[in-house]
Design a protein around this ligand. Structure first.
Ligand code: ZN
Length: 145
């Protein structure tokens, strides 16, 4: 059964990331710095290399893969919630090469920013905490109705 909680838009930030920074780690660091425990993020730009993951539903393990080439971030979408007591950014990205061919997946550490413009929005609402989910093996939100 679906679970849904009311959240209220609060602070919004718009900015650019650091050339050469780790995309996921810098977004996470900004959330921790601004004390954002709940929210959403979107971004576009370019990376010099990317590291993504695909969750294998059979083995219940992430398969990581890397593309060591310049790519456009055509879309990054993610949310912010709590894991192990700290803000965690969960983001998926779609990237495109010089021919417009797209790649995508779960954003992992190891993706390096060439240029990146982002919007980060904080929400006020209940705590969304991640914990082990038996059905999927994933760290999903543990709240119930
Ligand atoms: Zn994911």
């Amino acid at each position: 059964m679906a679970v849904m909680k009311k959240v209220t838009p609060a602070k919004m930030f718009m900015g650019k990331l650091t050339y050469g920074a780790d995309l996921l780690e810098e977004l996470t660091e900004l959330c921790r710095r601004e004390n954002i425990h709940l929210g959403r993020v979107e971004a576009l730009g370019a990376v010099s290399r990317v590291r993504l993951a695909f969750y294998d539903q059979q083995t219940r393990e992430y398969q990581f893969f890397e593309l060591d080439q310049p790519l456009e971030i055509t879309k990054l979408v993610g949310n912010v919630s709590i894991k192990d007591g700290k803000p965690m950014v969960h983001a998926h990205v779609t990237l495109a090469d010089e021919a417009g061919k797209a790649f995508g997946g779960h954003l992992a550490p190891g993706t390096i920013v060439f240029a990146c413009e982002f919007i980060l929005q904080a929400f006020e609402g209940p705590v969304f905490e991640r914990g082990f989910d038996e059905q999927t093996g994933l760290p999903l939100w543990t709240m119930s109705e």
